[in-house]
Design a protein around this ligand. Structure first.
Ligand SMILES: Nc1ncnc2c1ncn2[C@@H]1O[C@H](COP(=O)(O)OP(=O)(O)OP(=O)(O)O)[C@@H](O)[C@H]1O
Ligand SMILES: [Mg+2]
Length: 283
């Protein structure tokens, strides 16, 4: 193979990032929408194991929207969303927890560990990682067993990271009242990132980033993002994602990026090139 000037520059660029990321916690929100085929799931797992071998401390928080909806439909349950947030009945909750903490979480663990990772699946219930309460939604709409996070206790994650394990978190929380809550995975990832003092958070989804009139916004400031949410340009599942990114940059996470996880190895392109990809949320 010819080793071109361009190859060399790219390699040097990538190498310069490795030192910067050493021992830094990077939270990666792996959206259900990006988990589309086996090939992609494998390349994701490969990338994450590679990041860890380079000295980075990745923490995965996953969603699972499409798969949760599919399971509910198969069981004849109603699926509904309000403002990008899932409405969860007590019947829905059982399915959501089963699919998120069971099927999806273990599938991710399987892939990571097949590629040589030491991944450990935890739900927000484990180690009391996520204490939640019922989420109150604007306009008095009842979202059912959808929770908002009261506090994050990151000790378990820190223990795992210290011992070289790779935590994979499902977005389920536990209330003081013993009630289980389904929590938006973007919100969960952002709260965990802040609690861990993460250096960076990456949201992997199924679009290139925040789109405005069909065009990608490479960067979005807090003020602009809040305006676009208000104008409903950012809606559906993108709204909690952008809000989660805003929460991170306002609370000390240096970088928050929304990228297209359906693009193979996008996480590597984002982390190891100057240009990066997707939408960066800045203060
Ligand atoms: N302005 C916008 N730019 C880009 N996407 C937008 C915008 N407004 C709404 N969206 C929608 O947000 C979706 C991404 O959020 P969604 O909740 O569906 O996926 P996810 O968060 O990656 O997965 P999961 O919810 O399973 O974790 C996009 O597919 C798109 O339909
Ligand atoms: Mg979502």
């Amino acid at each position: 193979m010819m080793f071109t000037e361009e190859n060399k520059n790219l390699l040097l660029e990538a190498l310069s990032y490795i030192k910067r990321f050493n021992d830094k916690i990077v939270v990666i929100k792996y959206g259900g929408a990006a988990m589309i085929d086996e090939q992609l799931k494998h390349s994701f797992a490969q990338d994450i194991v590679l990041l860890q071998s380079l000295g980075m401390l990745p923490v995965i928080v996953h969603g699972g929207g499409p798969e949760v909806s599919k399971a509910m439909e198969q069981l004849g349950q109603e699926v509904s969303f309000i403002d990008g947030l899932r409405v969860t009945s007590s019947e829905n909750l059982k399915v959501a927890e089963m699919v998120l903490s069971g099927t999806i979480n273990k599938e991710i663990i399987t892939h990571l560990n097949t590629f040589g990772g030491k991944a450990v699946g935890v739900s927000g219930k484990d180690g009391l990682l996520i204490e939640a309460r019922k989420k109150q939604h604007a306009g008095g709409v009842d979202l059912g067993y959808v929770g908002e996070i009261e506090s994050v206790n990151p000790e378990l994650l820190l223990v795992l990271l210290k011992q070289g394990f790779l935590p994979v978190v499902s977005p389920i929380g536990l209330g003081k009242d013993g009630v289980t809550y389904n929590i938006n995975a973007d919100t969960t990832a952002s709260r965990i990132a802040v609690a861990l003092g993460a250096y960076k958070i990456i949201f992997m989804t199924d679009v290139d980033g925040v789109l405005e009139d069909g065009k990608l916004r490479g960067q979005l400031s807090v003020v602009e993002a809040e305006k676009l949410i208000k104008k409903n340009v950012i809606s559906g599942g993108m709204a909690p994602k952008v809000s989660a990114g805003l929460f991170c940059v306002k609370n000390g996470v240096e970088s928050a990026q929304i990228i297209n996880g359906t693009d193979p190895h996008s996480v590597i392109a984002e982390l190891f090139t100057d240009k990066g990809i997707g939408t960066q949320i800045v203060l």
